[in-house]
Design a binder for this molecule. Sequence first.
Ligand SMILES: NC(=O)c1ccc[n+]([C@@H]2O[C@H](COP(=O)([O-])OP(=O)(O)OC[C@H]3O[C@@H](n4cnc5c(N)ncnc54)[C@H](OP(=O)(O)O)[C@@H]3O)[C@@H](O)[C@H]2O)c1
Length: 295
Amino acid sequence: MPRHEENPVTVIGLGPMGQALAGAFLRAGHPTTVWNRTAAKADPLVAAGAALAGSVEEAVAAGGPVVACVSDLAVLRRLLDPAADVLAGRVVVNLTTGTSREVRETAEWVAGRGAAHLAGAILALPRDIGTGTSLVLYSGSPEAFERHATTLRGLGEGAVHLGADQGLAALYAAAGVTLMWSTLNGFLHGTAMLAAAGVDASTFVEFARQNIATTAGWLPGYARQVEEGSYPAPDATVESHLAAMDLLVRESETSGVDAGLPRFVRAVAERAVAAGHGRDSYAALVEVFRRPAQP
Ligand SMILES: NC(=O)c1ccc[n+]([C@@H]2O[C@H](COP(=O)([O-])OP(=O)(O)OC[C@H]3O[C@@H](n4cnc5c(N)ncnc54)[C@H](OP(=O)(O)O)[C@@H]3O)[C@@H](O)[C@H]2O)c1
């Protein structure tokens, strides 16, 4: 691993993730300054060579990018506010989770203090930080990303800049988890139904994998339909999916498992049919997701 003795970095926030970030910077050889409300959490990092700042202002002034990783963005603003004078000309690499709107507002707030803002969304667990498996998405200042890309790759080879829009990293992260939870819920609901017939979860895995791969193969075609706003259905229509969804609800009830997930899936398709998409392809459901349901 290359050493970076000349590239200092500051980490603000030493929860499980901040500690992992600071540890990775230290292992990569960066002079690392840390600050945390509860200073004792810095002890292992100080033992490993980190400098403990006595205030956020002192931490920001230490030099290099200011990597911020606290519980939420309101906390971050409160912490950075007293350091406004030393923020000018600095780069804030904000790895604190928030909605895209909150991130954009924070970026404007940081810019108002004369600093560059690079937004980041961590798609990894603390134990993965600094390994080849961690992925951190970035958006916002392209110059800041270019300048600090080598340092940021110390957190994991997967460091991707998505564009200048500060909210993009948060949006991609949200899109990633909606995909992840939908897939996992399908797997676990299927597992519960199969368990009613004595099939164990491990036996289901190979079938589930193939099913996910087949579904993934449909994505490019559906993406084209979404972009064109036209949903021709040479084979399965939303109406035909709806009939299969009815069957899934009944199968869930018959098998004695919770039918809430298939009922929700059916309700979305029913809204698409009510909006005139019954003869369209499944991709037309994007029209339902684009508009919040009326209460
Ligand atoms: N852990 C993960 O697996 C993971 C994965 C991806 C992204 N993230 C994101 O990383 C960020 C940090 O997460 P985390 O897991 O390290 O733990 P966390 O519990 O979300 O955040 C803990 C950090 O926030 C600080 N904090 C909270 N309230 C504060 C306040 N009022 N004033 C000053 N500091 C305050 C804590 O300081 P004290 O130590 O003094 O309490 C600590 O440094 C979050 O935005 C999280 O969503 C975490």
